[in-house]
Design a protein around this ligand. Structure first.
Ligand code: TXA
Ligand code: MG
Length: 356
């Protein structure tokens, strides 16, 4: 995975406006190093149960600004603050109602982010100047050890360059962040492979801002939730992240949904092959053998949504390695985890969806 410098104290190189680091890959057991870097105001990439995060001290605006710089992230797109227990959550957000406590008890630690009223201790750099802050307790031993050892809440977006697919392996973080941050903790592939669900708990009913690992069906067992599709939104998006390009590989992506997916995908393969384009298809195990004249990447069984979720960002990055011009992706029903998968795939396609 490229050059690592075990045992050497990581230090930025001198000179120039640009941040240049000799990025170290740390083993899971070296999280104490990473905690020290966080305490020194540096950024560190670390695994969570969803995707890799790019973390910094959530109480230090100059540390947080380094996260925005390394990612090339617009300053108005706020970060999620990661805590290791409820006591720490209480330090960053104001008192929460009973319904929120019910969700915390049911889904934390886990892939659910709650938007709540922030306390003044959280600088506006974290929240893009909003008065609310997104917070979650991740369900990953390395993430929890890191936060506990740093003894600080850690602000962390996904550790990809803005607009690129989120990283689900340390090597993905390396592809985007080598030279831009001092260290990456390699905890192997992440379990979920998709980001957390973001739920705004400052409005009534609570509002789903981003579908994710915790499904709408699970949430509505406990509280009522309003959903809004991106197309319905007018004016200011409730979640600033909604308005930005997302999850895109170098190739153009077309998502094919509906009842006639295989025929439609095959027609598109023929059409684009004629134009001399290099095409790849991301297909399910059940249907992948139906395509000819193209490279097929297997997303896993359409009956195993967890398996599919865990693979999609990796496969989107693989299409870059293959040098594809166009990627056709089979869609699936927007139920349970399928809603989050389709949300990410339609964003990767920048809304280019064929309903077959
Ligand atoms: O699983 C995850 O959530 C990962 C891991 C690292 O925890 N993090 C992640 O962060 O996906 P990020 O920055 O890529 O996405 C956070 C989303 C963005 O869409 C952002 O706009 C939204 O949460 N968000 C953050 N704070 C918010 C706030 N105060 N109000 C509304 N939306 C907010
Ligand atoms: Mg992200």
């Amino acid at each position: 995975m490229g050059d690592t410098i075990p045992g050497e104290n990581p230090r930025p190189f001198e000179g120039g406006e640009e941040m240049t680091y000799q990025t170290r890959i740390l083993k899971p057991g070296e999280y104490a190093w990473a905690a020290l870097l966080i305490r020194q105001g540096q950024c560190v990439a670390f695994p969570t149960e969803t995707v890799y995060g790019l973390g910094a001290n959530a109480l230090d605006s100059s540390a947080v600004k380094k996260v925005f710089l390394a990612k090339g992230r617009p300053a108005d797109n706020p970060l999620i603050v990661h805590c290791h227990d409820l006591e720490q959550v209480d330090e960053v957000v104001g008192p929460w109602p009973k319904e929120v406590q019910i969700l915390m008890d049911a889904f934390w630690p886990g892939p659910l982010t709650l938007v709540l009223q922030k306390r003044p201790v959280i600088p506006s750099a974290v929240t893009g100047s909003l008065t609310t802050v997104a917070v979650r307790i991740p369900n990953h031993p390395i993430a929890l050890d890191l936060i506990r050892t740093a003894n600080l809440p850690i602000a962390a977006p996904s550790a990809n360059t803005s607009g690129r697919p989120s990283p689900t392996r340390a090597e993905h973080v390396w592809q985007d962040m080598a030279g831009k941050i001092p260290a990456i903790i390699d905890g192997g592939p992440t379990g979920w492979g998709l980001e957390s669900t973001v739920l705004d708990c400052t409005v009534s009913p609570f509002r789903l801002l981003r579908p994710g690992g915790t499904t709408l069906e699970q949430l509505t067992e406990y509280v009522s939730v309003e959903t809004s599709s991106d197309h319905e939104l007018t004016g200011t998006p409730p979640s600033p992240g909604m308005k930005y390009k997302h999850y895109s590989p170098d190739a153009q992506v077309i998502l094919v949904a509906g009842n006639n997916i295989q025929e439609t995908v095959q027609e598109q393969i023929i059409r684009f092959n004629k134009l001399g384009l290099k095409v790849a298809v991301m297909a399910f195990t059940e249907t992948m053998s139906s395509y000819t004249g193209t490279c097929v990447l297997e997303m896993g069984s359409n009956k195993d949504l967890h398996g599919v979720a865990a693979k999609i960002y990796h496969l989107l990055r693989e299409t870059d390695k293959l040098g594809c011009d166009l990627v056709l992706i089979e869609g699936l029903p927007e139920r349970e985890l399928g809603a989050a998968i389709m949300n990410r795939l339609s964003k990767a396609a920048s809304g280019r969806i064929i309903y077959s």
